[in-house]
Design a protein around this ligand. Structure first.
Ligand code: SF4
Length: 484
């Protein structure tokens, strides 16, 4: 499909709007019509001061235009071009988007900005529904999430930071995975040297934050699947965290124990004894056929057993992740998974919508996955807020990603008093996140200027181990950033 940009520079935004409607089409961006191309989209400005959009797909066509206001700013022009494109795409496809014209990954930020500038809820609602064209259901979800986020944001003080530790290993690879995680079957021999280097990085990072007098607010050990490590490896790693950082100020310490086939009572006891109070046990679905299809080598019963074990060990907060739109899942099966999760009464349930990225095995069948998934995923995701509310869960944070079925959202739901702080801190860039390990991206937020700087660790464990000196050297930039 050809995307033609006629006489303006807002290609990126127009392409994003078009992609919401046609995930499965490859766009060829041009500045002139290619007569051999039957399907095309044009966004342009005419000489007589009219902005216009043309959509011509599969013999359905629509043309819309509007006058460009006198002295329009760049932003106003971009808005007009996007609005016209959205309108023409809705007309041709016969459908609207649940999130309207919003393409960004953090829509709650727009709400925060409006609340900060004193806008009333009516004005905010009008803006989202009439201008951005999101539907009523999504606005309720958005506003509720943003309101919870604001309470969490307020709790962060000037010198606070959070710590992220990456364990990029998993027992096997899920077919939708786009992370750098390595299957343990292939990477077993890397674990011991990886942990050794990681402990060194923990020691170095602790020296830096102590020198800067930073205050540790939350800790998150994620990945990958941290519980791929043995109990002894977890003991070494988490002891290093405890010995080097001051955990007295920590309000939440999470360890992702994502895959049930990696969880043992011994590991859970180690995790709890070294200070973690929140773990994530992620079924994704309670349907065994779907689990097998997505490449997870455990059953739903193993998740139930792991959950029972975690409750016996006594974690304060347990999160469970579910995914809507998995290959082979149906609305009934998804709703049954949701009900099973609810019946266990975890403090958090996070509902993701399937996202297919280029690095995932699934991406080879990209078009098929999208077509099949999009038929049912709207119903699955729409049922969540109300179903969960009836069991005492509220949405406390949300975000969107590119490449998600039906352009839907990911939402963290929580029981009263159990909102996950780290998730909000990282999503809303509230304070610095110091990230350690392979694939870790440190995101520094300057306490005074709010300037943001990223420091990247190597992606793969093998590079991380080999070029470790560079990682340590780069971390010195944290000091320069804060002392600026
Ligand atoms: S558990 Fe998560 S990180 Fe590991 S392979 Fe599956 S999706 Fe990827």
């Amino acid at each position: 499909m050809q995307l033609i940009i006629d006489n303006h520079k807002h290609r990126y935004e127009i392409e994003n709007i078009a992609r919401m409607f046609f995930h499965d089409h490859k766009f060829k961006v041009d500045f002139d019509v290619d007569p051999s191309e039957k399907n095309y989209i044009i966004s342009g400005i005419r000489k007589d001061n009219l902005a216009y959009a043309v959509v011509n797909i599969d013999r359905r066509a629509n043309y819309v235009q509007d006058e460009i206001p006198k002295n329009a700013t760049d932003d106003e022009l971009e808005w007009l071009l996007c609005t016209l494109m959205y309108k023409a795409l809705c007309n041709v496809s016969g459908k609207t988007q649940p999130w309207g014209m919003l393409t960004g990954v953090r829509p709650t930020r727009l709400v925060h900005r409006m609340l900060d500038s004193g806008e009333s809820i009516e004005n905010i609602r009008n803006k989202f529904i009439n201008d951005y064209k999101i539907n009523d259901e999504k606005f309720r979800l958005l506003y509720q999430s943003a309101s919870c986020e604001r309470e969490i944001i307020k709790s962060s003080n000037e010198n606070d930071f959070s710590l992220y530790i990456s364990i990029p290993f998993c027992p096997s690879r899920c077919n939708y995975c786009s992370f750098v995680s390595q299957s343990v079957e292939k990477m077993d021999e890397l674990i011991a040297p990886y942990i050794q280097k990681l402990i060194q990085e923990i020691k170095d990072a602790a020296k830096i934050v102590n020198k800067l007098n930073l205050n540790l607010k939350t800790v998150y050990i994620g990945g990958g699947t941290p519980t791929t490590l043995s109990a002894n490896e977890l003991l070494k790693l988490m002891s290093a965290v405890k010995e080097n950082f001051n955990l007295n100020s920590v309000i939440e310490y999470t360890v992702e124990a994502g895959r049930a086939d990696t969880i043992t009572k011994e590991k859970l006891e180690v995790i709890k004894s070294l200070g973690a109070d929140r773990i994530s046990i992620n079924p994704q679905t309670f349907n065994d056929d779907v689990l097998a299809r997505i490449g997870r080598k455990h059953t739903a019963q193993q998740v139930l057993d792991a959950y029972k074990m975690a409750n016996e060990v006594g974690f304060k907060c347990i999160n469970m992740d579910l995914i809507a739109g998995l290959e082979g899942d149906s609305v009934d099966s998804f709703m049954s998974s949701l009900q099973t999760a609810i019946s266990l009464e975890p403090q958090n349930i996070t509902v993701h919508t399937l996202t297919v990225k280029r690095a995932a095995d699934l991406s080879e069948n990209f078009e098929e996955v999208f077509k099949k998934g999009e038929n049912s995923v709207d119903t699955m995701v729409s049922a969540c807020p109300q179903t969960l509310a009836l069991s005492g869960y509220h949405p406390y944070y949300m975000y969107r990603q590119k490449g998600t079925l039906s352009n839907l959202e990911n939402v963290g739901y929580s029981k009263e008093g159990f909102d996950g702080y780290y998730n909000v801190f990282i999503m809303d860039e509230i304070h610095s996140i110091i990230a350690l390990g392979a694939g870790g991206v440190t995101k520094l937020v300057h306490p005074k200027t709010k300037e943001i700087k990223r420091i990247y660790n190597y992606k793969f464990p093998i590079e991380y181990i080999r070029d470790f000196e560079n990682i340590i050297n780069r971390k010195q930039e944290v000091i320069e950033f804060y002392e600026k």
